[in-house]
Write a protein that binds this ligand. Sequence first.
Ligand code: SF4
Length: 473
Amino acid sequence: MRSLVLIGHGSHLNGESAVAAYRYAELIRARGLFDEVIEGYWKEEPSLRQVLKTTASTDVTVIPMFISEGYFTETVIPRELGLGHQGPVPPEGIARVIGGRTVRYTPPYGVHPGMADVIVARAREVLPELGPDGPADGVETALIVLGHGTTRNENSSRVIYENAARLRERGLFSEVHALFLDEEPRVTGWADLVRAPRVVVVPFFASEGWHTLETIPEELGLSGVVTPFPDTPHGPQQVHYARPVGTHAAVAEVILHLAEEARGAGGPGGDTERGHEAAWQAFLTLARRGARIGELLVTPELGVFEIRNALDEGRPGGDLMTLVTPEGVRDRVRFTDGGEHRPVHTLRSLPRGWRAVLNEADLRRAVHYTYPAVVEETYAHGCHALRPTPWATTARRQTGIYAKVQRAVPEQVERVAERVCGGCLRTRLWAGDRLTHSFLDGVPGGMPCAEACTFLVAEVREEVARKKAAAAS
Ligand code: SF4
């Protein structure tokens, strides 16, 4: 049995941030090579601290969905997963045994040599003449691999140079240049540098966004996918502008390569993780009788299960939108009725107006999407196996912009927690609160919170910053 975990950054504010990881997880899931494909996030749920608990097997491969190495892939993700590793990750990844699971952690997909193929695939989309040996029409064509570039992270430019060198060797293009938005050599100087009459620009970016849709076209003076430049230092030239590499479906192949390389001669895989399975069996025993978990009502019906917001209990099914897949549930419960993003799923804001009809296997996945890690943590709490992490420990661990939460005094943390956690179903074990009954004992809102979530950490940081600003004024 094998589990694959894709780690994205996620966002406390923007619901679209998680979509890329979902999309690649779906593509890989459809291939059936792993028993499960799970997504985890820094700023959404399941969080980095929880995600390993949500995996069903003892053989777990974790891949950071980042375009380059850096602070998140080398510091934040390994730290939060509890890998006991900091710093660069070798190409074959690192392996650790954590809580009975063998966890393999790989470099981010963006640094894999297979990304050169993704660059070519993107180039081909805007230049169909590009054959296996170069442009079929014989027109000299240059390739620009365009990176963001930053003086703070030399890894982000290194991956651009490496890909440019690989593609130079392949000889598909008459010239291959590595250019950047924010460092030299800058893409704005392309016309002085590139001689070929045809130029393909492929942004080496993780996603479509402000840079790929606005900054780059503006800085280059592009008017669409193909822009003629009749008068450059090297004569008339034509620029073909491709979409970012990070959103190409071929990235799924790169992810699979990374996973295989991390396993090496890894054998047949692991076993079912016993604690995880026991938690879900406890949940299913409950579900077969009909249950409430948080705001969710689970009703068994002729061999399948119906789930809906408990506030919609009694409403005719025809009045509600009927969903039939766990992914449909996932996409519905990620937003409130008002359309606001829900980075913490146990906040009391589960949307209404829908129902899902699911078989038992899909019920598990739908409940995972609705309340990530809640079944596993609640069961562990019932077995006295969930260890709370006090606020001071969480704060001490923070780095980067969140390091300032270490300056928060207990009254500040409590004030913020009252506001944030007051709207959450979970009981703050990390603050010393006690949870005597859980939804597994028939108390729907009984769910433990073993550790302050990143949403709360971010709010405490805001509070510290506000106090400092007020003191200075
Ligand atoms: Fe909920 Fe507060 Fe725990 Fe975050 S820290 S999960 S808001 S109880």
